[in-house]
Design a protein around this ligand. Structure first.
Ligand SMILES: [Zn+2]
Length: 422
């Protein structure tokens, strides 16, 4: 029952606009059924777009993430009717009613390809691009969940995400159109790369370009000074609330590791996600700060990990994990085997490290709203700081400090009336 409610809430939150969904059946094979929401067909710029769903009789394997199976896909497809090409912009996969995978790409960055003849995409394109003709396919009855609205995400990337993922690799080649999920996952982050070019204002953690002067370095950094919800903060005077247990997927391995001059960052493959406020956030990367940026009752920790998550609209959620000095962390041991000691480009990881190796089993957390802790200091970031610290050995902490060559913690910022709940 809980899952059904979550699904309903997800649908409502993601839809933004509620309308009567009208599924028309476009294709049915021995194993799958393709349905298109007639009401979702819209013109956007040069393209037409439509939500479709594909129901499978037997569980399908998600090719991006080992071990994930799904029986229902909801997809936002874009069609270029003029050139007869299409692209997938959003994918949500469900096993029963449970959302098990999501991925998205801005249609501006998506690669439009000619669909395989008579494939589901091809059939949907013919339907959508058939100008002004009424639908002749039979209309199916709606389920309760569907009445709540299908996910209509508005794909766009925020400045925040671009800033946080600017070091992301763009090396993968797009895969064949037959697998829309793979096609999305393989999209080069063109916007991110462009942003990285435009955002070369040099900043540091000390001296003239240090935190006190970040706002003066670029108009884009103004909020570092004027913002009222800046991170990091000191956790104190918390309010007790019945926070929901963290729900998500943390089993897909890290992809590569990079020293970007400010921190060491580990980028994740697609598939890890967090469900917060009934919306899915994908885990993008984890990076580290030494000493910790946030403090708990005035106490600083020698190391803090930030797991950066983004939803389809580019809204960010960061999970913070403190490390205290103690036993060596097996997860860090594997990552640090390839710890880059100089600024450079991402290096593929040789060993398998999954997020749950770096996140405490005890999922109690503090929650507050804040910002990026690095320029441009963008606000509107949801922060979840795990209460239980992990441990890292003295050698592991020192290895990180040597690699980054300087402290990389922004000082704690004023709360300005913000409430921290636990
Ligand atoms: Zn950080």
């Amino acid at each position: 029952m809980k899952k059904v409610i979550l699904f309903l809430l997800l649908s409502i939150i993601l839809s933004g606009n509620s309308y009567a969904i009208t599924w028309v059946k476009l294709n049915e094979s021995s194993n799958s059924k393709l349905m298109l929401d007639k009401q979702s067909v819209l013109q956007q710029d040069a393209f037409k777009k439509a939500w479709v769903k594909v129901e499978y009789r037997t569980p399908q394997k998600n090719l991006e993430t080992v071990g994930t199976e799904y029986t229902l896909s909801k997809l936002l497809w874009f069609f270029d009717c003029a050139t007869q090409k299409s692209a997938t912009s959003q994918v949500f996969q469900y096993l029963g009613n449970e959302l098990v995978y999501s991925a998205g790409v801005d249609p501006k960055n998506a690669e439009f390809i000619e669909p395989v003849p008579e494939s589901d995409v091809d059939i949907a394109m013919r339907y959508v691009c058939r100008a002004n003709k009424p639908a002749s396919a039979p209309i199916e009855s709606k389920t309760v969940a569907e009445k709540a609205g299908t996910p209509v995400a508005k794909p766009e990337k925020s400045e925040n995400e671009k800033a946080e993922t600017k070091a992301k690799t763009v090396a993968e080649k797009p895969e064949p159109a037959a697998n829309p999920v793979a096609a999305i996952a393989a999209q080069p982050d063109k916007q991110g790369a462009a942003k990285a070019e435009a955002n070369k204002t040099h900043w540091t953690y000390e001296g003239k370009q240090g935190p006190d002067n970040w706002a003066k370095l670029s108009p884009e950094f103004a909020i570092c000074e004027t913002g009222r919800n800046q991170s990091p903060i000191n956790i104190e005077n918390t309010m007790r609330a019945s926070l929901k247990p963290l729900k998500g997927i943390q089993k897909f391995p890290a992809k590569d590791i990079v020293n970007n001059g400010h921190t060491v960052q580990v980028n994740f493959k697609q598939g890890n996600m967090l469900v917060l406020d009934s919306a899915p956030y994908q885990m993008k990367q984890v990076h580290f700060h030494a000493p910790s940026e946030n403090t708990i009752n005035g106490k600083s920790f020698p190391l803090e990990a930030h797991f950066v998550h983004a939803d389809a609209k580019g809204n960010l959620t960061v999970i913070g994990v403190m490390f205290k000095e103690g036993e060596a962390s097996p997860g860090l041991e594997k990552l640090w085997a390839q710890l880059p000691d100089k600024e450079g480009t991402p290096v593929p990881l040789k060993s398998r490290v999954i997020p749950s190796e770096l996140i405490p089993e005890n999922r109690a957390y503090y929650r507050f709203s804040g910002s990026l802790t690095t320029p441009p200091c963008s606000e509107g970031v949801r922060w979840l700081l795990m209460k239980t610290p992990m441990t890292a050995s003295k050698a592991q902490i020192e290895a990180f400090e040597r690699a980054v060559k300087h402290h990389n913690n922004r000082p704690v910022q004023a709360l300005n009336g913000r409430v921290i709940v636990e």
